[in-house]
Design a protein around this ligand. Structure first.
Ligand SMILES: [Zn+2]
Length: 394
């Protein structure tokens, strides 16, 4: 018998939920396992769950969209295949994938100063070792018992909604679930990490990222971030005379230089603790660039420079920005009065002003008049013998 096109019960996916997580929800609402649902109703026998979140068959996505009424576009975004070419160029990369993705932009170092590595089968952000993390505060909400797709990638360190660090975990909420560190309370992320993750989340949810100078497409942001991670992980010798900047960034991040690695490996091949340190250093680098504490020598470093106050337009009225109130330009008279007052209070200023005025004196009489004028203005001058009275008489 042909199954009905639309399932009678089909819990809606939560924002950002991974396809495997959503299928588990649907399956459990029918007392099935996700494998049983895949085999019995969706016609996909022995499809490994990790494949669901990476590159599910198109026909499966079409069937799911038909069974649930969720748009095909949204279903596609629940796996990484739906994030090409934004987050990654392709799921089947060629040998130049690393260079194309990581070397087109430059932030901390000038272009062409990093080693170009050929990494076979390399795909940005997809970890070699599967990674499962979750936000403890999100999962404390009974209405959010799911796992997000982006929690599987070493891309975010914290939860943009709660500001706490994501924690490694195993299992699935509501079935079997454990935190890798036991039930330690959530740890708040440092502000620079939260700021970086807010930008990444903006890119993931809106397709754009608002940087100090201008907004960039999310695809640019993911490549900028991956470029920074690469710059922070290459051997010190490539930093040459700027190596003190590298050391400064790592020291500020609280981690050892290059996350303590003695040999270079692509970020995606590192273990999660190393990846977390590299992301933390990237957050610190962005923070230091925006504060002007370090100088980015790459062609795209200007994206992180702060905007001069006068260029900031947040839509608020001038009265709402008392700190940016325009100070009226002083008149010539006010400036002169300020100069005279400074000369009254400081003999050195009086002497300099006197020398300046001497330039306009063309006769000995005019010098005498100048001294009289100074006295009338209350300006103290040293005796003529101590003052350079050699006016440039014509
Ligand atoms: Zn959260």
């Amino acid at each position: 018998m042909k199954p009905p096109d639309r399932w009678p019960v089909h819990p809606a996916p939560l924002d950002g939920e991974a396809l495997s997580s959503w299928l588990r929800h649907i399956a459990h609402s029918y007392q099935f396992s996700e494998s049983e649902l895949l085999e019995n109703d969706l016609g996909h026998v022995r499809l490994p769950l990790p494949d669901l979140d990476l590159n599910p068959p198109d026909v499966l996505l079409e069937t799911l969209a038909r069974r649930t009424g969720v748009t095909p576009d949204r279903v596609a975004r629940m796996s990484l295949a739906g994030w090409t070419p934004w987050l990654l160029d392709a799921l089947d990369p060629d040998s130049s994938a690393f260079e194309t993705y990581v070397h087109q932009l430059s932030v901390l170092l000038p272009p062409g100063k990093r080693p170009i590595n050929t990494v076979s089968g390399w795909r940005p952000w997809i970890p070699e070792q599967p990674l499962q993390r979750a936000c403890p505060q999100c999962l404390a909400d009974p209405g959010k018992q799911c796992l997000l797709l982006m929690w599987q990638l070493p891309l975010l360190l914290s939860c943009p909604a709660h500001g706490c660090l994501l924690k490694p975990c195993i299992g699935f909420p509501g079935i079997f679930f454990e935190w890798a560190d036991g039930n330690n309370p959530p740890r708040p992320a440092d502000e620079q990490i939260r700021a970086m993750d807010r930008l990444t989340w903006q890119g993931l949810t809106t397709g754009k990222v608002r940087l100090p100078r201008r907004s960039v497409h999310a695809g640019i942001w993911f490549r900028l971030l991956r470029t920074l991670v690469d710059e922070l992980s290459i051997p010190l010798l490539y930093w040459k005379s700027h190596v003190s900047d590298l050391r400064f960034i790592w020291r500020a991040s609280g981690h050892p230089v290059r996350a303590g690695q003695s040999t270079w490996r692509p970020f995606e091949s590192c273990t999660w603790p190393i990846q977390a340190q590299l992301l933390g250093a990237a957050a610190e680098a962005i923070n230091l660039l925006e504060a002007g504490t370090i100088i980015g020598r790459g062609t795209n470093a200007d994206l992180f420079l702060p905007v001069p106050d006068a260029e900031i337009d947040d839509g608020r009225t001038p009265e709402a920005h008392p700190e940016r109130a325009v100070v009226p330009r002083p008149t010539i008279g006010e400036l002169l009065e300020a100069v005279v007052q400074a000369a009254r209070e400081n003999p050195a200023d009086a002497r300099n002003l006197y020398k300046f005025c001497l330039v306009g004196c063309r006769t000995p009489e005019s010098v005498t008049q100048l001294r009289a004028d100074f006295t009338a203005l209350g300006l103290h001058l040293e005796e003529p013998s101590h003052t350079d009275d050699r006016a440039p008489f014509a």
